[in-house]
Design a protein around this ligand. Structure first.
Ligand SMILES: *Cc1c(COP(=O)(O)O)cnc(C)c1O
Length: 356
């Protein structure tokens, strides 16, 4: 029993605040959590108000057609409801994709979002990764030609590194892959990337004309709803119909649904968060330059700084109640720091100046 899970590791999420409270005896209000790419500003206040008003509905299942949410997304992206599947986070959509295709081989960048590998291993697929840690499409092409994987994952922009392919390159690549291989474009950070650089913008509408492409998006990052678990997949009707066969009923909660619908109505709030994100990110970049540390130019809400002895530094930060992501497990010394609020970033940089 469980033979098929033997080589599977459990996903290690960023350390929760509760753990640091228990281990280091630091008060929760003094903890700075910058490890999971959460939105420090949270959702629009209108979303919070709406959820409060509707809290009494928690005995009711949600509208399982997600009619209003799909209408909202359709309007935003210029598509139709039949092109959308809703998931408990875009993670769940990725799960539907992998379990639905049931691939023998999958292809992804050398370092990319961990769930691609985890879902793929669940179905016994062989994991192919490019030698380059970043998305190098020449390497993707070469391995694709040789191995013909059934799924190719493109994380645009890439988590946990932060780099981002141009939309033009992505679509050129799609044209070169035959229809028996499904291409997943994970746009979890697209709102950030397209704000920073229009060349990075992938319009979900543009994937509809391909038989073999799905775009995934989420309310967890730019919309500040990580704890509500709402994501979506956008593709042609045939793909979406097939994925729906894997979707359990009521897969997001009544209040998550209400929150996501409301969040789409306040794009100003989202924009404010994105603007502040890049303003604040610059402080980390300036710090890296000042210290002569390399960093990866980021199109997301986190930034990777190459800091020597990163594990030691991460541990010192933790003792001071600051949670970041150590990249040492990927084989190099660096920290991935989610950009927080002004006070948080300034505190983190002050401590980094002392200990790194
Ligand atoms: C955060 C993230 C997701 C999905 O997050 P959900 O909370 O499950 O919607 C997907 N892909 C990448 C690359 C992410 O960083």
């Amino acid at each position: 029993m469980f033979e098929n899970l033997k080589n599977l590791k459990t996903y290690e999420a960023g350390k929760p605040i509760e753990l640091v409270v228990r281990e280091y005896g630091i008060e929760p209000e003094n903890i700075i959590k910058l490890a999971s790419n959460e939105n420090p500003y949270g959702p629009s206040p209108k979303v919070i108000e709406k959820v409060k008003q509707n809290a009494y509905l928690m005995n009711r299942y949600p509208d399982d057609s997600f009619y209003e949410l799909k209408e909202g997304l359709s309007k935003k992206f210029g598509i139709e409801s039949k092109n959308i599947i809703i998931g408990a986070g875009s993670d769940q959509v990725l799960e539907f994709v992998v379990h639905g295709v049931n691939p023998k081989k999958v292809l992804m960048a050398g370092i990319t979002f961990a769930m691609y590998e985890i879902y793929s291993k669940q179905v016994g697929a062989k994991i192919l990764k490019t030698p380059s840690i970043f998305h190098n499409l020449d390497e993707f092409r070469e391995i694709y030609e040789k191995e013909k994987p059934e799924i190719i994952f493109l994380c645009v922009p890439n988590n946990p590194l932060g780099e981002c392919l141009d939309a033009k390159e992505v679509f050129k690549f799609i044209e070169e892959i035959d229809e028996n291989t499904l291409i997943v474009i994970d746009g979890a950070y697209q709102e950030f990337a397209s704000f920073k650089d229009k060349e990075k913008e992938i319009k979900p509408k543009e994937v509809l004309k391909y038989k073999n492409v799905i775009y995934t998006g989420t309310f967890s990052k730019a919309y500040g709803l990580g704890g509500m678990r709402v994501g979506y997949g956008i593709a042609n009707e045939w793909i979406i119909k097939n994925l729906h066969k894997l979707r359990p009923p009521f897969n997001i909660t009544t209040l998550s649904l209400i929150a996501a619908i409301e969040a789409l109505k306040d794009e100003e709030w989202v924009k404010m968060g994105i603007e502040k994100n890049f303003e604040e990110m610059q402080k980390y970049v300036d710090f890296a330059k000042e210290r002569g540390f390399n960093y990866i130019e980021s199109f997301t809400n986190f930034v990777v700084l190459y800091i020597p002895n990163s594990s030691k530094v991460a541990n010192e930060l933790l003792k001071r109640g600051i949670i970041v992501r150590d990249m040492a497990s990927y084989g190099f010394d660096a920290l991935r720091i989610t950009v927080g609020k002004k006070e948080e970033n300034e505190k983190v940089i002050k401590v980094l100046r002392e200990i790194s």
